[in-house]
Write a protein that binds this ligand. Structure first.
Ligand code: ZN
Length: 206
């Protein structure tokens, strides 16, 4: 319970009823100093006074304890709206990650291939064998960070949906990397039902 919040709420409700601190105090048969102490959050109303106070302020006990009006309809609506917004934000983020993975992955692989093809070309049409080896090795070595980074991005983006039980799950980046794949669909064991299958990438948890 937030005493300050409750105090502010009492003050708001009292004013809404058109009462002064003294008038409220009089109705409850207490001093206006006690009302002032509630409203500044220095004390809470005695348990015995809570129901009469709620009656005068036209609120219920739950609202008094929360220090705000509770309207169930609105409450549900607000909660759902927040949830939807969070979901959309997550979806956006995951899509962005996946796009980054494709762009980075394809660029990296294309650059690696260009270096290796360049190396093969040099080896074929010139005597610069050392240069050819450097180009080919460089191209091959570049593949490693490209793949690692692409795996990190793919792993960060979304979840896998099990075809058998419908559960959406994540796996370790290690398991993901070594699972056979077709695009981002990977052949893995579902951690929930234990069945193996081609698990499709999805952007949200449900
Ligand atoms: Zn499953």
């Amino acid at each position: 319970m937030d005493q300050i919040q409750i105090g502010k709420f009492i003050a708001v409700c009292r004013k809404a009823q058109g009462l002064t601190q003294a008038q409220l105090a009089e109705q409850l048969n207490i001093t206006d100093r006690a009302v002032s102490k509630w409203e500044t959050g220095r004390s809470l109303p005695d348990a015995a006074l809570m129901l009469p106070l709620c009656g005068i302020l036209k609120i219920d006990l739950n609202e008094l304890f929360c220090g705000r009006r509770i309207e169930m309809e609105n409450y549900k609506e607000i909660a759902e709206k927040n949830l939807l917004e969070m979901k959309q934000r997550e979806e956006q983020y995951n899509k962005h990650m996946l796009r980054a993975m494709y762009v980075f992955g394809f660029t990296g692989i294309a650059a690696s291939l260009a270096l290796m093809i360049g190396g093969a070309y040099v080896a074929e049409y010139s005597d610069l064998n050392a240069l050819a080896i450097v180009l080919i090795v460089l191209g091959a070595v570049m593949l490693i960070p490209t793949i690692i980074y692409a795996m990190i991005l793919e792993h960060a983006a979304g979840y896998y949906a099990c075809k058998e039980c419908g559960e959406r799950f994540t796996v370790s980046i290690w398991k993901m990397t070594f699972a056979p794949h077709f695009g981002t669909t990977r052949y893995m064991r579902c951690p929930h039902c234990g069945k193996r299958g081609w698990q499709k990438k999805v952007m949200t948890k449900d």
